[in-house]
Ligand binder design. Structure first.
Ligand code: BES
Ligand code: MN
Ligand code: ZN
Length: 466
């Protein structure tokens, strides 16, 4: 789908002219006012649509009126929602071209573009019959820059969703490494198994050892002269989570190709940075491997030594994400950055607590957590802070090692956070749990089933605005 900008959208000979209507107000088209409002009583409530034929009275063949609700309640996130709905409607109508003559009192280009690109998204690579798509949209009353920014966000989300939707047979640790190495404008180093051994990443390596796929530790760096800040983002990169010897039941294992959604998010954000040239140094880190059950797999009762020397008794091989993140956090803390953010499909407990449209966040710096949460709200993601009381560590106590990798099932999301904190040193740190939000089993809001690109908008926006 192409998105272009024009200052003459009213006069384009497109299939559909899309206009907006606020409740209690007239639209910019007399035809729409006569038929939609005066004759049929269309109210223009948020998300409602009204379609009419133009029979040659204007260059466009049809007019689609999109309700925007009350003008004073209409903000950027509503732009995204209504443009999404309009494009979905255009797809159902088999429209190929459309012009959007929205007049909403502000530059709606960025959020409109994101909404349109979300509506355009389908993972139909492996389908013989492709999804119905609109070929070309033209936006009026927007700036070129806002549409350009929207495209960078939209493309980053698509990049992440495509990667997370791919079967594990495709998105292997080696594939993630290859993708990272192919991103232009970054300095990227991929450490292989031997090098991670030399670095002392005993926790990450233990998780990887049951798989025939070799582990890859990926470090991407975006630099700029005189950075205002240095940030590391770490994505959980379990390319398939079978549970290991503590094998998951089939229904839980079915979607576990999504267990690298954090990694896919980090890759999506890193490849988008060049579009914005932020004055921030950004490190993108992924400890990529599979968690498999086999003759070489790590076992319950094993004792692992992480990069910082702390020892971990394996209580449950299915709590593998925190083990790989432990070594990645140690590595990130040695980079001399100001802030570390990890993003992970980490706990089923977070899904139970917050559901599938709210992401969990916790960390060691209230101010940083609040800034991330505020960013999330601005870009249309929902984040909720979970507690990190030190008492949560009690259930991680081990008789024979410094800690166990799992504790009580109750409060599981916070316990995972408390575990991760053991590997964070002298840095502001936030942990984002996207177990519920990264991958949907049924469509929700602007997302079809499957990968959502959770975290991409928030992390990209957070970095750009740092
Ligand atoms: N990858 C899972 C968490 C998960 C669950 C992600 C559901 C997406 C949807 C993680 O590795 C895991 O298995 N966690 C266990 C931890 C438990 C053994 C303490 C869980 O949440 O059950
Ligand atoms: Mn697991
Ligand atoms: Zn996992």
């Amino acid at each position: 789908m192409e998105i272009e900008v024009s200052n003459d959208v009213k006069n384009l000979a497109v299939d559909v002219l899309v206009i907006n209507m606020f409740e209690g107000e007239k639209t910019s088209q007399d035809l729409a006012n006569t038929y939609a409002i005066d004759r049929d009583g269309f109210k223009g409530k948020l998300g409602q649509t009204y379609l009419l034929q133009t029979y040659g009275q204007i260059p466009a063949q049809k007019i689609l009126v999109v309700g925007c609700g009350k003008r004073d309640e209409f903000c950027e996130n509503e732009v995204r929602t209504v443009v999404y709905k309009a494009v979905k409607k255009l797809q159902q109508m088999f429209a190929k071209t459309a012009a959007f003559d929205f007049e909403v009192g502000f530059d709606w280009g960025k959020f409109g573009t994101i909404g349109a690109m979300l509506a355009d998204y389908a993972f139909d690579k492996y389908k013989s019959e492709k999804a119905t798509r609109v070929n070309e949209l033209t936006f009026g009353n927007v700036s070129e820059e806002s549409v350009k920014a929207g495209k960078a966000f939209g493309n980053a989300m698509k990049f992440t969703r495509d990667l997370a939707n791919e079967p594990a047979a495709y998105a292997t640790p080696s594939k993630l490494a290859e993708i990272a190495l192919n991103i232009e404008g970054l300095e990227t180093k991929v450490y292989d198994k031997k090098e991670t051994e030399e670095m002392g990443m005993g926790a990450f390596l233990a998780v990887s050892q049951g798989s025939v796929q070799p582990p890859k530790f990926i470090h991407m760096k975006y630099s700029c002269p005189n950075p205002k800040k240095k940030i590391a983002i770490i994505g959980k990169g379990i390319c398939f989570d079978s549970g290991g010897m503590d094998l998951k039941p089939p229904s839980s294992m079915l979607t576990m190709r999504d267990d690298m959604s954090g990694a896919a998010c980090v890759l999506g954000v890193m490849q988008a940075l060049k579009e914005f040239n932020p004055q921030v140094e950004v490190h993108g880190i992924v400890a990529a491997c599979e968690n498999m059950a086999s003759g070489s797999a790590y076992k319950p009762g094993d004792i692992l030594t992480a990069k910082n020397g702390k020892t971990i008794e394996v209580d449950n091989t299915d709590a593998e994400g925190r083990l790989t993140l432990a070594d990645a956090l140690c590595y990130a803390c040695e980079l001399g950055v100001d802030e570390v953010i990890d993003i992970a499909t980490l706990t089923g407990a977070c899904v139970v607590a917050l559901g599938s449209f709210v992401t969990g966040i916790m960390g060691n710096d209230e101010d940083m957590i609040h800034r991330i949460m505020q960013t999330a709200e601005n870009v249309g993601e929902k984040y909720w802070q979970l507690p990190m009381f030190k008492e949560y560590f009690n259930s991680l106590k081990s008789d024979i090692a410094d800690m166990k990798n799992t504790g009580s099932r109750q409060g599981g999301a916070s316990i995972a956070g408390i575990f991760l904190q053991e590997f964070v040193k002298d840095v502001k740190w936030a942990h984002i749990d996207i177990a519920g939000t990264a991958f949907l089993e049924k469509p929700e809001n602007e997302f079809i089933k499957g990968a959502t690109g959770a975290g991409v908008r928030t992390l990209l926006s957070y970095i750009i605005n740092s």
